[in-house]
Design a protein around this ligand. Structure first.
Ligand code: AMP
Ligand code: MG
Length: 333
């Protein structure tokens, strides 16, 4: 089954052609990050406009790179949420018109299900059940994945997402948007004990997380140092911050895997590219006898291939949509 998949939930326009869920024939991505970097974060209106400008040519590129024609396509898939509503609407409407014009079925895909599915592309042997740690710019959650299309959230952030926290802290340190990668580079060689940063405790749930206290602590620390004219150990602060984020995520992922009887842990989302989080996950899984799957860096961020992959499994359960499909800023997994 050949699926043409669209992703436009944030600041990347992506179109991919995927065969039978696991074979990626093309994965074309048009990033707008440079455009948003001028403003220090994603500007929703600009994101929507850039998706409109890019999506048609990117579709031609994806078909060409895959070596197929539109007539070869068996189904059209699209991210329908969660994400920026204007951005999502561009992908949904474009996908609907392509499906209508070609007379092919339309498959709606949940963005985070897509992030999890990125691992199926990288690891042919991976199958549910497993515990997924989904950490991106807009979400941080623990997902109990029982089947390709059966999953539920067992822990989540009560406030900011991990990626959002990386981006805010990077901004206060004068680093460009998106801040995750520059923060990682700054942390290299830094002492992760240079600063004492808070670890959260969510009173009524040991699997829920919180990042706003950590974010505020770092912002206050930087501002206080500036006001007093004190020097800042920037690499030390970046390393201490990455350690604090990792401490928030990794022990909870292990706890959730054990509580729900999983032997496998899977990481997903843009923040899963972080080397501190990856190495902490590797160590913790090894110590606890858990199998770990870490997606390759290029499959951590938003892409169309992951949507085409998940769409295949949705189609096997006949999860199709008609022309009334809408986009949703918030959407249950
Ligand atoms: P996504 O929302 O899945 O597209 O992921 C984007 C988020 O991942 C942004 O908040 C980035 O700052 C963050 N990110 C990307 N690379 C890294 C990294 N190496 N370390 C931490 N965060 C990262
Ligand atoms: Mg994403």
């Amino acid at each position: 089954m050949l699926i043409l998949a669209f992703e436009s939930s944030c600041d990347e326009t992506a179109v991919a052609v995927v065969r039978d869920g696991r074979t990626v024939l093309s994965d074309a991505i048009l990033s707008q990050a440079d455009m948003h970097a001028i403003y220090g974060g994603v500007v929703p209106e600009i994101a929507s406009r850039k998706h409109i400008e890019g999506i048609a040519a990117l579709t031609d590129q994806a078909l060409k790179e895959a070596g197929v024609t539109r007539e070869d396509i068996d189904a059209v898939a699209v991210t329908c949420g969660p994400g920026l509503i204007g951005a999502l609407l561009v992908g949904v409407n474009f996908a609907k018109s392509v499906a209508y014009a070609l007379g092919k079925p339309l498959i709606p895909v949940h963005h985070l299900r897509g992030h999890i599915a990125a691992n199926y592309i990288a690891f042919p042997e991976l199958e549910p059940p497993f515990l997924a740690l989904c950490i991106s710019g807009g979400n941080s959650m623990l997902v109990n994945v029982q089947g390709y299309t059966e999953m539920n959230i067992v822990g989540a952030t009560r406030d900011d997402a991990a990626g959002e926290c990386f981006d805010k802290v990077a901004r206060v340190l004068g680093l460009p948007y998106p801040g995750g990668k520059p923060m990682e580079e700054l942390a290299r060689g830094g002492d992760d004990c240079a600063y004492v940063l808070p670890r959260s405790h969510v009173a009524d749930s040991d699997l829920d997380m919180s990042f706003s206290g950590l974010k505020t602590a770092v912002v206050n620390l930087v501002h206080n140092a500036a006001q007093k004219g004190e020097p800042l150990d920037r690499p030390g602060l970046a390393a201490s911050f990455a350690a604090a984020v990792s401490d928030e995520l990794v022990p909870r992922a292990i706890l959730a895997a054990k509580r729900y009887g999983h032997h496998t842990v899977v990481a997903a989302g843009g923040v899963a590219a972080n080397s501190r989080i990856r190495s902490d996950l590797e160590r913790a899984c090894r110590e606890n006898g858990l199998r770990l799957f870490l997606p390759p860096l290029k499959l951590c961020g938003d892409n169309g291939a992951m949507i085409g992959c998940q769409a295949y499994y949705e189609s096997r359960c006949l999860h199709y949509a008609d022309m009334s499909l809408n986009a949703y800023a918030n959407l249950e997994i």
